[in-house]
Design a protein around this ligand. Sequence first.
Ligand code: ADP
Ligand code: MG
Length: 311
Amino acid sequence: MDSSKQLLKAENLTKRYVIKSGLFKKEYFQALSDVSFSVEKNQIVGLVGESGSGKSTIGKIILNLIKADGGKVYLLGKNITNNLSKEDRKKISIIFQDPRTSLNPRFKIIDILEETLIVHKYPKSERKDLVVKAIKDVGLDETFLNRYPHELSGGQRQRVAIARAIILDPFLVVADEPTSALDVSVQLQIIELIKRLKEEKGISFIFISHDLNVVGHIADYIVVLYKGKVMEKGSKEDVIKNPLHPYTKLLLESLPPAHPKYRKPFIHIKEDTGYQEGCEFIGRCPIATDVCKQKPTYKTVDNREVYCHFV
Ligand SMILES: Nc1ncnc2c1ncn2[C@@H]1O[C@H](COP(=O)(O)OP(=O)(O)O)[C@@H](O)[C@H]1O
Ligand SMILES: [Mg+2]
């Protein structure tokens, strides 16, 4: 990739959580294994995978909300792993799934938006204009500023969360399942808003979702995760139209029939056999053989990286 276009780079991120801490022995859960991907300027990267695949963990590591055990995160070439300065913090922000819990119910919208500016020591004289600009940027008008979160619909609340995420004019917004708590019609509006913010303001997004259908609508580039491991990554067109990894094929097969042109015949979904050695996907994979008891390496096929012995 042309490095002048590169905004963020995640390199070999590894994370394990302590799930049991005994007197003599700790037990760990491997949430991420060597996850690497990049985000270019003015690009939406979709992270997709089922619940528990490590998507939020990646977002939290990038934002420095939790520490990685291994690997690096670079923002414009600068190492920000576990060490995000206050200045850099202005350049990356996050939106969470449920705006009911992420917006303080006791604050009016104006106070919610202004708070971010106060934390970053913006003078009072500049704050009002920035708040008004942010609320308009997300398609709401000034009258919303005097309301409380409970006086808004779910979609409007999520717009306020997005306004807060863009008020400091960031390079990158991590959107962690921002549409999952919304009705389908409202989901589409939020997706359109995110696309517009990318086009008009040049903001890049890491868009996290368990739903490949949603990611296929919004992302320019797709990273498919399973059990904390990247199974396949490539441009949206390549991954959706011609998935190479058996897991991506499985995800696509489960798309609703509204998108028949993307559907391909595929072998049936298996229950996880629970087999742990080798490829992370071995227990669910319909084409696994003995060779899969060894870990695959990444293979580059048509500008894509695929983690499978059979590509
Ligand atoms: N603080 C934690 N302690 C222990 N396990 C955790 C913690 N946070 C997440 N996990 C586990 O790590 C895995 C990945 O979690 P997460 O990144 O939230 O996945 P996703 O966002 O894809 O659903 C899950 O199995 C989850 O249960
Ligand atoms: Mg999550």
